[in-house]
Design a protein around this ligand. Structure first.
Ligand code: PA5
Length: 422
């Protein structure tokens, strides 16, 4: 992590005291929402038998299906989506099973065309809902369960996997009645903190990626980022910098990436921070851009618009594949000055040039750099964001683990759709 301001000035006795208190209260499970801190030690405590069962189930899915439809929304969707998109190399279909998401939106065309697409494939379904009653995924599951039963008959039960609460919810009742294979969303882990549970791990393993390496990265982060230090812990530094900028008149954070495959890491990050912090009239609004694409779009606003933004670059130090600019006989495009440079080097120049430009336009800059796109790195990064988000929300005196604001639209929707009781 690096910061365009003078970070050393943020290491004050007052902030150090606040961070120490937050850490102590989290460890003692006395902080606000502490009953949802199960994710904090999860990477080191996850049961190896669960990991083995997830791996075996993934291998079964790989044998029985070409496509795994993963039904879920919010935290029951974005973690797996983010990791899968970041691991997938552009234009390569190196996954053992194609993963398609559903239930994250309400669209008849989406579901209808999806079912048409599935007709020529072997299919399995993983329906994920902690509460077991979220309307959007429940609608998608109603259609896809019916599709599976019509198509596979009794064998459908062998192809449907349910990830939900251990003890309650409509989805649990269906799973028991139909004898679907079941995985549990732990009681003490909320949706947006659940990527390292079966919620994220089953789809990622089914695609053929290493959940062992993902968890190893998360475990390393858990160990390293447990240190209560404003000087050396980057997760604490990120939380402190964000809160300093927020208090200094920058209520909007824009995550900027330069490799498109990190786009859903941004979406996951937006949910994590937005849903954790945006309460009680407070919170940094998390937004995202993809550069260079958005340098020719929102870049104008970032450079010259209302001064309320700070930017966080998420950079990747090395890429697996690259190409080098060559000398052309005819330099009609006037690009020969780039000859010998790799596109990663050109992209580095884009990053540096953008940083300089936006800084001179009054946009403070935080930079996070990850080494590569491996499972281990992504595990580290996601855990980094989760622990940092907890510190950040607590610095704002917000409970990071509830989401009371998402209920209001649901009540209105139920009333508009004449749900009994509304
Ligand atoms: O982070 C959260 O808790 C939410 O985004 C939930 O994940 C989302 O609302 C889906 O809930 P459920 O898994 O109960 O269907």
């Amino acid at each position: 992590i690096s910061f365009s301001g003078d970070y050393s000035k943020l290491i004050t006795p007052e902030t150090t005291q606040k961070i120490t208190t937050i850490s102590e209260q989290m460890n003692a499970r006395t902080s606000a929402g502490a009953e949802f801190l199960g994710w904090k030690n999860w990477p080191s405590e996850i049961d190896s038998e669960l990991v083995a069962r997830l791996q075996q189930t993934a291998e079964k899915i790989q044998k029985q299906a070409d496509v795994l439809v993963v039904i879920g929304i919010g935290g029951s969707y974005l973690g797996a989506k983010a990791v899968l998109e970041a691991l997938r190399q552009p234009f390569k279909t190196n996954e053992k099973v194609e993963i398609i998401f559903a239930g994250h939106l309400v669209s008849g065309a989406y579901l209808k065309n999806l079912m048409n697409y599935l007709d020529s494939k072997e299919v399995a379904v993983n329906v994920i809902s902690k509460s077991g009653k979220t309307t959007e995924p429940a609608i998608a599951f109603r259609f896809l369960q019916d599709y599976m039963e019509k198509r596979y008959g009794a064998e459908a039960a062998e192809r449907i996997y349910v990830t939900t609460d251990a003890e309650k919810g409509a989805l649990l009742d269906v799973a028991k009645e139909k004898e679907y294979a079941r995985f549990v969303v732990p009681d003490d882990i909320g949706g947006r903190y659940s990527v390292f549970t079966s919620v994220g791990l089953l789809p990622i393993a089914a695609a053929g990626y290493s959940i062992q390496n993902l968890l190893a990265g998360a475990k390393r982060a858990e160990e390293e980022l447990a240190e209560v230090s404003l000087e050396t812990n980057p997760a604490i530094q990120y939380a402190v910098i964000r809160n300093h900028l927020y208090a200094s008149g920058y209520p909007v954070e824009i995550s900027a990436i330069f490799e498109e495959r990190l786009k859903f890491i941004q979406e996951w990050w937006k949910q994590l921070f937005g849903e954790s912090e945006g309460k009680e009239g407070k919170g940094i609004f998390p937004a995202s851009v993809v550069y260079s694409t958005d340098l020719h779009s929102l870049g104008q606003y970032v450079q010259d618009g209302k001064r309320m933004l700070f930017e966080t670059f998420l950079k990747v130090a090395s890429v697996e594949e690259d190409i080098t600019m060559q000398l052309a006989d005819n330099d009609s495009d006037e690009l020969n000055y780039l000859a010998g440079k790799t596109l990663h080097e050109v992209n580095d120049a884009v990053q540096q040039a953008t940083a300089e430009a936006h800084l001179s336009g009054g946009v403070p800059l935080v930079t996070l750099e990850i080494p590569d796109f491996s499972e281990d790195t992504l595990g580290y990064l996601l855990y980094f964001y989760m622990i940092s988000c907890a510190y950040s929300a607590y610095l704002l005196e917000i409970n990071p683990f509830d989401q009371p604001g998402v209920e209001e639209y649901k009540v209105n929707m139920f009333r508009l759709l004449n749900k009994p009781g509304f």
